[in-house]
Design a protein around this ligand. Structure first.
Ligand code: NAD
Ligand code: ZN
Length: 339
């Protein structure tokens, strides 16, 4: 097992990589615990948490709302959880975002920890202290920055994941290697089949690397003033594609990474062979690299992007594999990219 520490302004977070989720009791600071999970995870893993009250939330983004937060807070009051209580979230990014936010505002904030159920939450959602919910259809509009006490990343809990959910995690892992680690990109090229087969040793190495990269960036820029924006690689275009094409987040990020790579080649920042390698790696992880839907609708959605300044947007580009740079680009430049 490896332990990594994130230093947040609200306290430190221990990321426990390779720890069995069954050892969770070791990390609980109190017996006054409430478990928050979703319907699927409760069905699969609820029995391990039978010693504690369980609050179950529904599935999908539609459950990531203030109404769910209100229900959770009502249940916690009924359970007489006080300021010394502890929230243990067990599940994917939706559960951890919702539970982290509920814990952060309940009685002005109580401590919380995560057992990360999806690869995406292990490599991304559980790391960095952002939590929150959607508001009137807009993603993550309400929330706080607040670190969980601990995050357990058990590779074996991922064995019950649907393949498509695994892919979402791989897209973020590729993103992290592109931002900061050429060697890990090469490791992933050589081990893509083992990663897809969920070999614990490979998954652990990938999770550790991603957590290291994301936490190093977050440690330097917790509140997204500067460097943290590098983590948006593939996401500006990706978010628009996700909204318009109705593909999963990971699939959309994969398309966004291809667009960023092609644009980086056009700007003379990235070599064509490196861009080809990126496309091949995404394909070998069963991620899409070609758009079959309405590209114009994606540009329209981009024009509404919140980071827009005129027709210029801040875009994360690659200066080689393992190195990124943020440049202003014009949306019209994107329209010239073949995908
Ligand atoms: N806070 C952040 O910094 C951050 C970063 C990235 C993403 N996110 C958020 O994360 C969310 C997406 O996360 P996600 O993809 O993990 O979604 P999710 O929580 O919906 O999980 C995906 C599916 O997997 C199921 N599941 C979870 N663990 C499982 C397990 N061990 N075995 C079987 N099934 C399991 C869930 O029930 C769900 O159906 C989005 O809402 C996104 O905004 C947050
Ligand atoms: Zn993402």
């Amino acid at each position: 097992m490896k332990t990594l520490t994130i230093h947040g302004t609200q306290g430190d977070s221990q990321i426990l990589i390779g720890e069995s989720f069954r050892n969770f009791k070791k990390y609980l600071p109190t017996e006054q615990v409430v478990v928050i999970t979703d319907t699927n995870v409760n069905r699969l893993y609820g029995k391990y948490f039978a010693d504690y009250p369980i609050i179950e939330i529904g599935l999908g983004e539609k459950s990531k709302t203030l109404a769910t937060i209100s229900d959770i807070i009502g249940r916690m009051l009924e359970l007489k959880i006080d300021r010394k209580g502890f929230v243990l979230a067990v599940g994917g990014g939706i559960v951890t975002d919702v539970a982290g936010f509920a814990a952060s505002i309940y009685q002005r904030g109580i401590a919380f920890g995560f057992i990360s159920g999806t690869l995406l939450s292990q490599v991304d959602a559980s790391v960095g202290g952002k939590n929150g919910v959607n508001f009137e259809g807009f993603k993550n509009m309400v929330g706080t920055f607040n670190q969980p006490r601990f995050v357990i990343c058990d590779p074996l809990i991922l064995n019950t994941l649907q393949p498509q959910q695994l892919n979402c995690g791989f897209a973020e892992i590729v993103k992290h290697t592109l931002i900061a680690d050429r060697q890990m990109f090469e490791y992933l090229e050589n081990n893509a089949a083992r990663a897809l087969a969920r070999e614990p040793e490979v998954i652990e190495a990938l999770v550790e690397n991603s957590v290291n990269i994301k936490s190093a960036i977050v440690n330097r820029d917790e509140k997204e003033h500067g460097e943290r924006r590098k983590l948006n690689l593939g996401h500006t275009y990706g978010h628009a594609a996700e909204k318009v094409l109705g593909v999963s987040h990971g699939e959309a990020v994969s398309l966004g990474l291809v667009v960023a790579a092609r644009l980086s080649v056009k700007r003379g920042l990235l070599s064509q062979p490196d861009a080809d390698r990126i496309v091949r790696l995404l394909q070998s992880l069963n991620l899409p690299t070609v758009i079959t839907g309405d590209k114009q609708a994606i540009y329209n959605a981009l024009e509404l992007d919140k980071k827009r300044e005129g027709t210029q947007i801040n875009f994360v580009l690659m200066r080689g594999i393992g190195d990124v740079v943020i440049e202003k680009i014009d949306i019209n430049e994107l329209k010239q990219i073949e995908l």
